[in-house]
Ligand binder design. Sequence first.
Ligand code: MN
Length: 294
Amino acid sequence: MENRQLPAYFLENGQHPIEKAHVAVVPVPFEGAISYLSGASAGPRAILEASAQVELYDFENDVDLTNVRFHTADAPTLKTYQDVRNHVASHLASLTPEQFYLGLGGDHTVTIPAIEHFSKKYPKMGIVQFDAHADLRDTLHDDKYSHACIMRRNAEIIGPKNILSVGIRAVSLEEKNYIQENGVNTIPGNFALHENLLPRFSELLIRLPHDIFLTVDLDGLDPTIMPHVGTPVPGGLSWHQTVQLIKELFRRKNVIAADVVEIASNSNSQRSDFTAALLAQKIVAFWARNRRLT
Ligand SMILES: [Mn+2]
């Protein structure tokens, strides 16, 4: 597989060897069967390039990331889901529980091998998913590893009741029935209008296990702030809602790893790239504060 040199994450802090890093950033430039708009395979590079513009100091949360050491993994060409699984698994295998995994998609299938890995380390674990879509179809176009099916696969690994999905607003009837019959904790997109979004999130979060994998499909955010995604759906979360919920998640749970996926990078505009990089920075900032690295 050909390795491409990617820009170091967070500029001067991205070049640490993996064994010395606090955070392992693993780009996964994979684009499987696309449902709508293409560009996901260029996503990791776009986020890494934009990350050079992100402040290491987080003003709103008073967290200084200067002392957080990042390792940015190489990004090989990934042609099949099996390539994705091998790539993600090989990096995860070398991490200790003290290190934080941050996957950068790529389409949402990159989450499955990470869940396979962490479910062996944390037999009782949960997933918090930000997304416009439930991703709970059993198959799409005969593909069980389509990005439209990834939460169904994850539910089979960790149990559907251990999932909390936020921002959901594009759901098939099959998925609605699955949610109801299997008790997937779901906050619909129109909760973005409710003042009790945060209390509802906290209430459902309490039901989940303590160890959590956070997966952010960027289309969970509203397309007015995140236009460059594969399948933009109006009615998503605002920036401040997203950050507030992630902050609450880190306050209440042990977040073991995260990924940020489904950006469909567009060379005509870097707006979404920067927003995605900033969101990744927030996730790392909350983690670093919990670990008292800052
Ligand atoms: Mn989605």
